[in-house]
Design a binder for this molecule. Structure first.
Ligand code: ZN
Ligand code: ZN
Length: 116
């Protein structure tokens, strides 16, 4: 269960849990505590660099988890509506194949990340 995303050498997983007792750890975002029966989310991130594996985890409450998801949803919605205002559009430069020279390849809207 939970969502999983893999990006390069990093992956994370969010698992929904119910506290079976009062927890020592608190929500990373709002610092709320969890007592028995509370729903919380365990965020666990594993990354690998140079053959070493690093793990990191934190707890988040249902409210903060929802807010973060909602932000993602709103961002996706916004992306579809972005009119790419000129002042936010930049030229992306890349190397000419086989040469150590860069050339403008395409324009990118820095607000929504769309290639134009
Ligand atoms: Zn919270
Ligand atoms: Zn845009």
């Amino acid at each position: 269960m939970g969502e999983r995303e893999v990006r390069g050498g990093m992956s994370y997983k969010i698992t929904r849990k119910v506290a079976s007792r009062r927890l020592k750890r608190r929500c990373k975002y709002c610092n709320i505590g969890f007592i028995k029966g509370n729903v919380y989310y365990l965020y666990r991130e594993v990354s690998g660099y140079d053959g070493k594996v690093y793990a990191y985890e934190h707890l988040e409450c249902a409210k903060c988890n929802f807010k973060r998801k909602d932000w993602k949803r709103r961002y996706e919605k916004f992306r579809g509506k972005c009119v790419h205002p000129n002042e936010f559009v930049v030229e992306h430069w890349g190397y000419i194949p086989g040469e150590a020279v860069k050339q403008p390849e395409y324009d990118v809207c820095t607000l929504c990340g769309t290639k134009l």
